[in-house]
Write a protein that binds this ligand. Structure first.
Ligand code: NAD
Ligand code: AHE
Ligand code: ZN
Length: 370
């Protein structure tokens, strides 16, 4: 069949909205009609050409929600009509990592996902006579897409697609980093570097668990108002106080350093500041931001010798099929706010405008509705 999609033909070029061919679901696969998709900074990162796994042409997008339309042989956990959220971090419940319960980084299909193909090594998309690659196993910038069954979280049917799509990445990543990865305790002091679609969810998570000081750091003064609404207690703009004064400012505000910090930008210099502003003896800094090919982090080993630790998180440490339906429930119960963060809604034809808004810092989350 044919489907409309935004195709990334080459790095650094705008997406082209066009018709592509999509093959039916094979063994273990599911055809999903995508109803809405968020635009995450990671899509822009891959489109920029900085992603060592970036492939072109490809259909990007990994923050979606939709309806199962057809299932391939052997699929048992979802059926046509089910509402689902695609998972770029699947949950097979059988691999060493899933069974260990120590990490959410399921290994079942990671190899083929990174090569832009389905687990059988082929792509379901084609256009102008050639294959088009999948992206992060999701490709939600297509109205119809194919996913392995282990990469779908089944969710309740009364939840609005144009809101819960954001749980497919940003919401879960930010809140999960606080709850699952850092395990921030009530009364902790927290510093959040980067107050975009991820950082604001870190703030929301920190408030949920009862953090005391929640310090937000961003170059964009326009972020302050929303961040305060979500629980930020103090705001620092490095351009105002001087980039070299940020670490000391956090140390001063927290009486010795943050218990936890989160880097939500993808800037390796800021990652160093995020580590060094944490408390001597126990401070933990969690890297969420994705840095480009060739980028490396640095600090004096003394920072670690004196008890700080550097960690990272993917998809907020969440086990998608288990945790995502619960986060949808939190949204429906009013325990978390998603609506305020979705600043722009647009049709697929305007997806490039959505990325321009992100680059200019004018949106928090843009959502494409099909
Ligand atoms: P975003 O563009 O919405 O937000 C980034 C924010 O950082 C903006 O508010 C911007 O003003 C701010 N910023 C930029 N440079 C800064 C600097 N030097 N100092 C302070 N603030 C600065 O992006 P997003 O969608 O929130 O994504 C943030 C990062 O998280 C990206 O690198 C993305 O790829 C990554 N990410 C990682 C995961 C994961 O699982 N680890 C999941 C989603 C996104
Ligand atoms: N191909 C990229 C990987 C970037 C990356 O770290 N991605 C995160 C999710 S970002 C979502 O917005 C992730 O899940 N990482 C774990 C994994 O297995 O990819 C690169 O830079 O190489
Ligand atoms: Zn993302």
């Amino acid at each position: 069949m044919k489907t409309r999609a935004a195709v990334a033909w080459a790095a650094g070029k705008p997406l082209s909205v066009t018709e592509v061919e999509i093959g039916g679901p094979r063994d273990g696969e599911v055809l999903v009609e995508v109803k809405a998709t968020g635009l995450c900074h990671t899509d822009l990162y891959t489109l920029s050409g900085a992603d060592p796994e970036g492939l072109f042409p490809a259909i990007l997008g990994h923050e979606g929600a939709g309806i199962v339309r057809e299932v391939g042989a052997g699929v048992t956990s979802v059926k046509p009509g089910d509402h689902v959220i695609p998972l770029y971090t699947p949950e097979c419940r059988q691999c060493k990592t899933c069974l260990s319960q120590r990490s959410n980084l399921c290994t079942a299909i990671r190899g083929t996902q990174g090569k832009g193909v389905m687990p059988d090594g082929t792509s379901r998309f084609s256009c102008e006579g050639g294959p088009v690659m999948h992206y992060m196993g999701c490709s939600t910038f297509a109205n119809f897409t194919i996913l392995p069954e282990i990469a779908l979280a089944k969710v309740r049917e009364d939840a609005p697609f144009e809101k819960i799509c954001y749980i497919g990445c940003g919401v879960t990543t930010g809140i999960g980093a606080v709850i699952n990865t850092a395990k921030v305790w009530p009364g902790a002091n927290v510093a959040v570097f980067g107050l975009g679609g991820i950082g604001l969810n870190v703030i929301q998570g920190a408030r949920m668990v009862g953090a005391d000081r929640i310090i937000g750091i961003d170059l964009n003064d326009g972020r302050e108002e929303m961040a305060r609404k979500f629980g930020m207690t103090d705001f620092i703009n490095p351009n105002t106080i001087g980039h070299d004064k940020v670490v000391q400012a956090v140390v001063d505000l927290t009486g010795g350093g943050a218990d936890f910090s989160f880097e939500c930008i993808g800037n390796v210099k800021v990652m160093r500041q995020a580590l060094e502003c944490t408390h001597r003896g126990w401070g933990e800094s969690i890297i969420i931001g994705v840095a480009g090919a060739g980028q490396e982090i640095a600090t004096r080993p003394f920072q670690l010798v004196t008890g700080r630790s550097w960690r990272g998180t993917a998809f907020g440490g969440a086990r998608g099929r288990t945790d995502v339906p619960k986060i949808v429930d939190w949204y429906m119960q009013g325990k978390i706010d998603i609506d305020s963060l979705i600043t722009h809604v647009m049709p697929l034809d305007e997806i490039n405008h959505g990325f321009e808004l992100m680059e200019r810092g004018e949106s928090i989350r843009s959502v494409v509705v099909y």
